[in-house]
Design a protein around this ligand. Structure first.
Ligand code: AMP
Length: 191
């Protein structure tokens, strides 16, 4: 069976992490979240974690080489996976090109980019709400939350054009109940 690789895309607070959980279960894919991997490095107090921590708490992106290196590790060790859900990666054009390159070397490719579309004020509300329980420093302040959304608009949103040019972009309405959004994602994958 050929592998299925999905980029689950959207701004911070769009629901990528929440929806990943359902998609992993339904399709048996492995979850690759660079945010989760970076938070694990911070937790373990590694040099990489220390390097990333300041940028993350300011709501800025960490350098491409750092996240590309983490993804390369996973892709080359987790070779039994039926495919991957990329969550929070790629976030720049350089990352997207590196990903195509790495998957190509493994005889694989991205099949779909599912892009969750959510209005900005709803994102701010969700992120600050999550901040009351997530323990994430970058969910605590409105200033940092808005900075993360700005980073997305400036450096990341343009990746929709990158994947649209390959015929892989599927915009998905990201407002509504969690179950409704899961239904829309599954319909796009099953098509
Ligand atoms: P996330 O958990 O996806 O919201 O990511 C949290 C933070 O980790 C981001 O605000 C960035 O500082 C950093 N980060 C996560 N993924 C990436 C990436 N692909 N490129 C650059 N920075 C990232």
């Amino acid at each position: 069976m050929s592998k299925m690789n999905i980029v689950l895309f959207g701004p911070p607070g769009a629901g990528k992490g929440t929806q990943s959980k359902f998609l992993i279960e339904r399709y048996g894919l492995a979850h690759l979240s660079t945010g989760d991997l970076l938070r694990a490095e911070i937790q373990a107090e590694t040099p990489l974690g220390k390097q990333a921590q300041e940028l993350m708490s300011a709501g800025e992106l960490v350098p491409d080489e750092v996240v590309v290196g983490m993804i390369r590790n996973r892709l080359t060790t987790d070779t039994d996976a039926k495919g991957f859900i990329f969550d929070g990666f790629p976030r720049t054009k350089a990352q997207a090109e590196a990903l195509d390159n790495m998957l190509g070397k493994l005889g694989s490719a991205i099949n779909l980019m599912l892009s969750l579309e959510v209005e900005e004020e709803e994102l701010v509300k969700r992120l600050l709400g999550r901040g009351t329980t997530s323990g994430r420093p970058d969910d605590q302040s409105e200033q940092v939350v808005r900075r993360r959304i700005k980073e997305y608009e400036a450096k990341t949103a343009l990746l929709k054009d990158y994947y649209a040019a390959q015929g892989k972009l599927r915009p998905i309405k990201g407002m509504g109940t969690i179950a409704e959004i899961t239904g829309r994602l599954a319909a796009a994958i099953d098509a």
